[in-house]
Design a protein around this ligand. Structure first.
Ligand code: CA
Length: 229
């Protein structure tokens, strides 16, 4: 069972702590922030299954964060939290791209129920897995595990295929080696982080004009890899 990753954005530190503790005790991995811009940075550089986002935040509002993420193609489910007095902001919330809305004060189990409903909906309505994808001079057919570049076709190994799809589906997001191992290889214990690097090198041989100066699968030093096609 993969641990779900929640980004909790709430500037009231007591509430943030309470919610973090509760969600962690329910088995979620929780990252939290009390600042709009910091949250935006986190959400664009790391993968989360869901974002719980307060509206009134320092530096920029939850609506701004939400709009920014959607504009950048990040479709992570977003649950917005708002004070009762801001209730007429609800319409604005949905317009900014939020998926659901919860009015403060709320009971914590209610928050969890909403989170679970959104996660279920996201997994049911999840786009069908990517079947084909084009970038640069490259066409990838994930169903046939084939990749053609300038008309020349090569076969992708099963792991290469899954790894490339995982990277492409999270385009622009930095993915750590640990995450890739867990999600693409399914390892709970990490036996060999280099496994990821080796497969990345193979993929680069197939897709990059100059594998030593990759344009598509970019190394983010100290963090991992990012697809930039
Ligand atoms: Ca607030």
């Amino acid at each position: 069972m993969i641990q779900r990753r929640v980004l909790l954005v709430e500037d009231e530190s007591n509430l943030r702590r309470t919610l973090t503790d509760y969600l962690m005790s329910e088995g979620y991995a929780v990252d939290s922030s009390g600042d709009g811009l910091e949250a935006q940075e986190l959400a664009t550089t790391q993968f989360f299954d869901i974002i719980v986002l307060d509206v009134m935040l320092p530096s920029c509002s939850g609506f701004d964060v939400c709009r920014h993420l959607r504009k950048n193609g990040i479709n992570t489910p977003i649950l917005m939290l708002t004070a009762r007095s801001e209730l007429n902001n609800k319409v604005q919330g949905f317009k900014s791209g939020a998926d659901d809305y919860l009015t403060k004060p709320f009971e914590v189990p209610e928050l969890q129920a909403r989170i679970e409903a959104l996660l279920r909906r996201a997994s049911v309505s999840a786009r069908p897995q990517l079947e084909v994808y084009d970038f640069g001079q490259i066409h990838v057919d994930f169903l046939k595990s084939r990749l053609s570049k300038n008309g020349e076709t090569t076969v992708l190994g099963e792991r290469e295929c899954r790894l490339l799809r995982y990277l492409i589906e999270r385009k622009g997001i930095v993915l750590s080696r640990d995450e890739l191992l867990q999600e693409v290889w399914g390892y709970k214990e990490i036996p060999l982080t280099r496994t990821v690097d080796v497969h990345i090198a193979w993929l680069r041989q197939k897709i990059e004009d100059d594998p030593k100066a990759p344009q598509f699968i970019v190394t983010v030093h100290g963090h991992g890899y990012r697809f930039a096609g």
